[in-house]
Design a protein around this ligand. Sequence first.
Ligand SMILES: [Zn+2]
Length: 139
Amino acid sequence: MAYDKTVVYTDAVVACADLVGRTGAMGFTLGHVHENVPIEKAGWYAEALYQGARLSTGEHRSPTAAAMDLAERLLRGSACKCGQRVTLSDESRGCRWQLVGKRWQSECSAPPIHVGGARGDRAAAVAAYEQVHGRLPGC
Ligand SMILES: [Zn+2]
């Protein structure tokens, strides 16, 4: 998919920030590397702390592209609340997620899983997930 637009699609940025919160990641940052250059040459990136590691995109031509990249990195291969792996394409097996307005949504209607631990507490998230589904998909 090509999100190589220089126009800022605010919904994608809002959806990415929302997704960061929903995955338990923290510290969402959207920034650029170069000053005093045309917007498409500024080197836009997005990053967040996820499972104790900094997840960062490469440089993009727009904030939109950076936000889409980070969202895809957070979603790809993760476990959906329904028990399937998240997929971003119709060709792959799993629960299909897509950007709808300002929010990334799954195709399933499984209820949210409530995690008891602190934000970013992966052990608490895994325990809550396993209580519902038995184990993480693919494990
Ligand atoms: Zn699902």
